[in-house]
Design a protein around this ligand. Structure first.
Ligand code: SF4
Length: 334
């Protein structure tokens, strides 16, 4: 049965819910798990013409965010950060340019949900000017309206990163519907979407993994993938633990098989050679703040440098794109 589901996925057939569930439930270190990982890798290579990408994210601010996603270090309820800080415009520009110089194929700008939108557009405009015109700029922001989506497009963003997270509406205060609406606004404004099955924890049921995988498929993204939750010391969710890298590699492969080949990329985060070997063709480097870190500067901690992400992909047997993302340009042809 598993072999026929895998064959169907490799023929680019659309997997049904029960088929995706069956793939998730295969025990690790079995012949079938190896089959899934090999097939996930093959489909990932086919979708991006065997050329992986490294994208970079700059976190612009640290704040106590009232949205209170329980897995996030910015959530006010987690009381991780005492002080609110922001990168100066000069620092933000310098970090974006550094990532580009180091070989990032797209640049993401992340803020907490309570960062002023008008200011974000202003900072993004300056960064847009400072980057090479071909380097895609990607917004990683809270939920937004259709007019705001159009403003993002006008400011020079090529796309957004957005996800209906595992536990959305339960471990966050955001209804699933609002996250979906934001993705719809992005599509209507001509912004491309990157998404992911995240943040995966040991408590998530197969049913929820399947439902959220299908949401990433329905979003018609440029890439999907899977990322695990990193426990934040001292927070309630830390007691739930963390999914192993071996299990994440399996999940990364299943997500790749569940999405059509027209979805160019498959990400994993944090960057990891097991996930990359199992079919993750996109890794992110990070600078500034990040929601999985308890320090305001994530470089050298949870945030990996662009060059190290590239080395991780190479270690996993990938060739890595040099230059602007082909996926944001709408193709993955060699
Ligand atoms: S994930 Fe985003 S919206 Fe949620 S608490 Fe963190 S910064 Fe706020």
């Amino acid at each position: 049965m598993i072999a026929s589901i895998v064959d169907k996925a490799l023929d680019d057939g659309c997997l049904a819910e029960d088929e995706i569930a069956a793939l998730f439930e295969v025990p690790l270190f079995t012949d079938n798990s190896a089959r899934i990982i090999a097939a996930g890798r093959r489909k990932a290579e086919q979708a991006c013409s065997s050329l992986a990408e490294v994208h970079a994210q700059v976190g612009l601010n640290v704040a106590r965010c009232p949205i209170n996603c329980r897995f996030c270090s910015f959530a006010a309820c987690n009381e991780v950060f005492e002080q609110e800080t922001e990168l100066s415009l000069a620092e933000a520009v310098a970090r974006a340019q550094l990532a580009e110089t180091e070989g990032a194929s797209a640049l993401y700008l992340m803020i907490t949900a309570n960062y002023p939108f008008a200011k974000y557009l202003e900072v993004a405009g300056e960064i847009r000017q400072a980057l090479r015109p071909q380097t895609p700029l990607v917004a990683n922001v809270g939920d937004f309206s259709l007019p705001q989506a159009r403003q993002l497009k006008q400011a020079g963003f090529a796309g957004i990163y957005h996800a209906v997270r595992l536990g959305e509406g339960r471990d966050t205060s955001i209804p699933v519907e609002r996250r979906l609406k934001t993705m719809q606004h992005a599509r209507e404004a001509g912004l491309l979407i990157g998404t992911c099955l995240e943040p995966v924890g040991p408590e998530h049921t197969t049913e929820e993994l399947v439902a959220k995988t299908i949401i990433t498929r329905d979003a018609r993204p440029m890439y999907s993938g899977a990322a695990r939750r990193i426990p934040l010391p001292g927070t309630e969710m830390a007691s739930l633990g963390m999914v192993s890298k071996a299990r994440m590699a399996h999940i990364v492969a299943v997500v790749r098989l569940a999405l059509p080949r027209s979805v160019f990329g498959n990400c994993t985060h944090e960057p990891d050679v097991y996930g990359a070997a199992a079919g993750a063709s996109l890794l992110w480097s990070e600078a500034g703040a990040n929601p999985r870190d308890t320090a305001a500067e994530t470089e050298g901690r949870h945030g990996m440098a662009t060059g190290l992400c590239r080395e991780t992909l190479i270690d996993a047997g990938w060739q890595v794109l040099q230059g602007p993302s082909r996926w944001f340009a709408g193709n993955a042809c060699s």
